[in-house]
Write a protein that binds this ligand. Structure first.
Ligand SMILES: Nc1ncnc2c1ncn2[C@@H]1O[C@H](COP(=O)(O)OP(=O)(O)OP(=O)(O)O)[C@@H](O)[C@H]1O
Length: 702
């Protein structure tokens, strides 16, 4: 080692150490990413084992009608519930729980989960204890059961002392006619008296089953985690022979296996219907950079596209909610504001005004969720992206519960990615889930339904969309492919220069330097990307490179907030390969007309609950991806050309003759004859949304 004598010597040594540290940090980031991915893989394999057990149980035929109880099931369905036939999986759920099997029923909102435990409750002596997370949900259920003359009670914090006493007595009273007792999960955790009476009920052989509504609340991976649900894990140990029937609208295998673990019923029967909601139209819109720009878009949507219709606008934070609501009110719109810091009374009033259509829309945080039972929600607009696809499915799924057409619109812009990532990064797996949501937003090639389906491990097939998403309705010609090789190399140069100068790069700073703006000392020497792509496309490129692992986020804390800085990701190594190639698809324009009334055609109501159909050809991993990064020239040449790939899924009539489509515009009148509306075909493009393609214009800009 050379002897150091002067301050300059030491300074030089420090500079060298800093260089080494930069390398070490890059290695740490790389290994941390690998560690995270391995942990995720391990969890997913464990879940796969649970799923295999569940699948094997599910492969048995539970739809039989020759059980000892089958005649009673039929007559109770017709005479008490006044229903003629079962929807998919309802009979399976009933037969399985009457056979004493633990089961989880997974059905989308409005599909008829309640019948699965309400009907069996009437077939045998004794009580069904129903766990429900919300008092309002329980009250709705009791109302509907009372109308059918089914004796039911609830026990909750707002019930009077006498009511709770009576409910407690039903547990020990073998003369009671009560068939269903609704309780909140807190009751199990906090009331010794309740637990003791429950044991007495069990000892007397009167505890029929536990029905756990919204069972995903057990899991932290779910979108409505409730700590008290975790306590329900004791039920299978305390009452081993009592069947548990969990019910949920959350279908990710991750959440389902977590729920089984928490309830101590791993590998139980899982009955799942399709999650396709054919009446929902999915659309991504470019989010304006300014608040005023966003208000312009929302104003147009509310004043014209959804005139006189009810809807929800989801915002990222309480402040966003209040600002947006105020801005929209200033523009003469009737909107309410709903978030967790409002007191219960105010929230209930806002909800009521929305129900009564005094408010056209509620601007809300995700606190506005479970228990929304308004069937005619015609639009759900996400002013900011959801944290996960699961959350997005649940939030947007509040639209169109009546089975009529409704629209789910998301305003997307790169900046929102970092608003969410800085909130969720510390939770294992959450960043990965957020990137799933970003994939959905950046996707311009695969049917949006299919992206959702892949997320739920389902396969809805291309035909199941019926032009009910922006990708399927637009001809493929508006999609453009951009080559990323040069861009990615220039981005790597910027990052390297910044690291050498100890400058931390946010995504916006990186974007500036890449577009030859901002500090000169971190700019690259290549050509201005602005000659080929717009800055907005540049934002999408950065987001795309993040989800593909070429870039990674590096989170730093300040006293006030968390900041996401951008660094090179593990896949950046690949750019050194001489055959490296990476391309991305971007959308050139969107013809979603904010100022034209939304179409109103609808599928037949029961179609909403039909079983899943055909098989799709593509996988979500293909989203926007062109031939794999590392392809030799000959291999790449052998691949199908982009145009041909798109031909497979294009709406033929639209793509071939876009100008000739003359479908009559459909005016949305709420009072319009429903029968007439149902007759309108699903699988036709709508004039209001047909894109007129300018074949000659070949640039990449929106
Ligand atoms: N087999 C059936 N045929 C016709 N209607 C049914 C059938 N099963 C249930 N329904 C009706 O469907 C409606 C929705 O049922 P339910 O409230 O149980 O849905 P859910 O799956 O619990 O939805 P959510 O998760 O939104 O509460 C109810 O009006 C119910 O009476």
């Amino acid at each position: 080692m050379t002897e150091m004598k002067t301050a300059e010597d030491y300074q030089l040594a420090i500079t060298n150490i800093d260089k080494e540290l930069v390398k070490v940090e890059a290695e740490i980031t790389k290994w941390k990413t690998i560690q995270r991915k391995l942990n995720e893989k391990k969890t997913s394999y464990k879940n796969a084992i649970t799923k295999l057990k569940s699948d094997s149980l599910a492969s048995l035929d539970w739809e039989g009608t020759s059980y000892e109880w089958s005649d009673d099931v039929k007559s109770t369905l017709e005479n008490i519930f006044k229903i003629k036939s079962f929807r998919p999986k309802q009979l399976s759920a009933i037969n399985s729980t009457l056979s004493g099997e633990h089961a989880i029923v997974v059905m989308p909102t409005g599909a008829g989960k309640s019948l699965c435990y309400q009907l069996p409750a009437l077939l045998r002596p004794g009580l069904t204890v129903v766990v429900s997370p919300l008092i309002s949900l329980m009250e709705d259920q009791i109302r509907s059961l009372t109308q059918k003359n089914i004796p039911a009670m609830l026990m909750c914090s707002t019930s009077s002392k006498d009511e709770n006493q009576t409910a407690l007595k039903t547990l020990t009273d073998d003369k009671t006619d009560i068939k269903l007792l609704y309780v909140t999960p807190e009751r199990f955790a906090k009331s010794k008296r309740f637990m003791s009476n429950l044991q007495k009920c069990h000892a007397a052989g009167r505890l029929q089953r536990f029905a756990i509504d919204e069972v995903h609340c057990c899991s932290q991976w779910g979108h409505d985690f409730r700590p008290d649900y975790k306590f329900l894990g004791i039920l299978s140990n305390m009452f081993p022979k009592v069947p548990i029937l969990g019910l949920t609208g959350t279908a990710t295998s991750h959440v389902l296996s977590d729920v089984q673990k928490i309830l101590n019923i791993p590998g139980c029967l899982v009955l799942k219907t399709t999650f396709n909601r054919p009446n929902l139209f999915y659309q991504i819109l470019e989010k304006p950079a300014t608040q005023e720009g966003c208000l312009d878009v929302l104003e147009k949507l509310l004043k014209y596209r959804y005139k006189d219709e009810s809807g929800i606008i989801y915002a990222h934070s309480i402040k966003d909610c209040e600002d947006l609501a105020q801005g929209l009110r200033k523009r003469g719109l009737r909107v309410g504001c709903y978030h967790a810091s409002l007191d219960a009374d105010t929230r209930s009033k806002v909800h009521q005004k929305w129900h009564e259509k005094i408010y056209q829309a509620i601007v809300a945080t995700v606190a506005f969720g479970m228990g929304i039972d308004k069937p005619d929600v015609r639009f759900v607009i996400h002013h900011s992206i959801s944290k996960t696809m699961e959350n997005y499915y649940q939030e947007s799924g509040r639209a169109g519960r009546d089975g009529l057409r409704a629209e789910c619109v998301t305003l997307y812009r790169m900046q929102d990615l970092f608003r969410v990532s800085t909130m969720v990064f510390s939770n294992n797996g959450h960043l990965e889930q957020l990137y799933g949501m970003i994939k959905y937003c950046l996707n311009v090639k695969v049917c949006r339904r299919q992206v959702v389906a892949e997320y739920f491990n389902e396969n809805w097939g291309n035909t199941d969309c019926n032009y009910m998403c922006d990708v399927c309705i637009h001809p493929n010609k508006i999609i453009r492919e951009i080559r990323l090789e040069e861009h990615i190399k220039n981005l790597a140069v910027v990052i390297e220069k910044a690291e050498k100068k100890e400058i931390k790069l946010t995504a916006l700073k990186l974007l500036d330097a890449w577009f030859l703006k901002g500090p000169v000392n971190i700019r690259h020497d290549g050509p201005d990307p602005g000659l080929k792509i717009s800055r907005l496309v540049g934002e999408d490129v950065i987001a795309y490179l993040l989800i593909k692992g070429y870039l990674v986020e590096d989170f730093h804390f300040t006293a006030m907030s968390t900041i996401s800085y951008i660094k090179c990701g593990p896949n950046m190594e690949m750019i050194k390969d001489e055959n490296f190639s990476l391309r991305m698809l971007v959308r050139k324009s969107s013809a979603f007309n904010l100022e034209e009334p939304a179409p109103c055609f609808v599928p037949a109501c029961e179609e909403v609950f039909e079983e899943g159909r055909g098989r799709s050809k593509r996988n979500i991993n293909d989203v926007n991806e062109q031939p794999p990064e590392k392809t030799s020239k000959s291999e790449a040449a052998a691949k199908k050309p982009r145009q041909a790939i798109n031909e497979e899924s294009k709406p033929a009539a639209v793509a071939k003759k876009p100008r000739q489509v003359t479908e009559e515009k459909c005016k949305p009148k709420p009072e319009q004859d429903t029968e007439k509306r149902k007759k309108q075909p699903l699988n036709k493009p709508l004039a209001s949304e047909v894109v007129i393609v300018d074949d000659d214009n070949d640039d990449f800009f929106w």
